[in-house]
Design a protein around this ligand. Structure first.
Ligand SMILES: *[C@@H]1O[C@H](CO)[C@@H](O)[C@H](O)[C@H]1NC(C)=O
Ligand SMILES: *[C@@H]1O[C@H](CO)[C@@H](O)[C@H](O)[C@H]1NC(C)=O
Ligand SMILES: CC(=O)N[C@H]1CO[C@H](CO)[C@@H](O)[C@@H]1O
Length: 243
């Protein structure tokens, strides 16, 4: 009886993933097919701190949480705590047959003054990798939540469009090297998101100047806080790119 208990115990332990919290500006941790990063790129625009906790990871499924408290710089994003799917890079948009994704998330706690989004950040460009560089042509954001009046870069170029099974307002803005297009939810928070990223690429190819010969450089998912105090928990996130 004691032996049985012991072996059951070790079997359970072998399959378990130790939860890990990361702190600091650029810290990352590998987790299944993903890398979870803190990315406090805008922390100098305010005061506060943030930590990210890897809850579990198994293949293309990951669970993590982000806890932050930020003040000052009401209109500046402080960070982008995110997961990056390491296999979602290097193929042209034309080679992608589908890119199914699911994202189940919730705020475990959130202060009433919080301004933040919950969003995908997808990089597309002329080289197979190197997101966020001079080789990047498009930054495609998909905002499944906007809290406290958070708004994306640029101005609205289309409203109430239906893409990937949801309703969006579309924004366009320009950075030094790339064009940022943001699909912002037009139907409130989408806590149980399920869609195909290929639909968003096709929309931008059909209606704007994205092309099938551009490369997918990376697919990230996370949260951009401006101000406030919150814990955002992702119960389960998946994304796979099929070619
Ligand atoms: C993040 O972790 C640091 C170090 O443990 C801690 O001092 C800080 O209060 C934490 N921040 C939040 C928002 O929980
Ligand atoms: C797409 O069109 C915009 C103008 O709407 C332009 O500024 C941008 O350079 C074009 N991008 C590409 C890759 O052609
Ligand atoms: C408004 C403001 O202070 N923006 C700053 C935010 O941080 C970046 C990077 O440090 C600066 O370039 C901005 O000027």
């Amino acid at each position: 009886m004691q032996l049985l208990t012991l072996s059951l115990f070790s079997a359970l332990f072998a399959g378990a993933f130790a939860s890990e919290t990361i702190t600091g500006q650029w810290t990352c941790v590998d987790a299944g097919d993903y890398q979870l990063c803190q990315n406090l790129w805008g922390e100098d625009n305010g005061t506060g701190s943030q930590n990210a906790t890897l809850v579990s990871a198994d293949g293309d499924t990951i669970s993590w949480s982000t806890t932050y408290t930020w003040s000052e710089g009401q209109y500046d994003v402080k960070s982008y705590s995110n997961v990056n799917q390491l296999d979602a890079s290097g193929m042209t948009l034309g080679e992608i047959t589908s890119a199914p994704t699911t994202w189940n998330w919730e705020y475990e706690s959130i202060s009433s003054d919080t301004v933040a989004d919950v969003s995908y950040d997808i990089w597309i460009g002329t080289s197979a990798s190197d997101p966020g560089t001079s080789t990047s042509t498009f930054e495609v954001m998909i905002w499944v939540s906007t809290e406290g009046g958070a708004g994306p870069l640029g101005s609205e170029i289309a409203s109430d469009i239906s893409v990937g099974g949801y309703s969006w307002n579309l924004y366009e803005g320009f950075n030094t090297y790339w064009q940022t297009v943001s699909f912002v939810t037009n139907q409130g928070n989408i806590n149980d998101f399920s869609s195909d990223l290929k639909d968003y690429f096709n929309y931008l190819i059909d209606n704007y100047n994205m092309t099938n010969s551009m490369y997918l450089q990376s697919v990230e998912a996370g949260t951009e806080p401006f101000v406030g105090t919150a814990t955002l928990l992702t119960n389960s996130y998946t994304v796979t790119v099929n070619t």
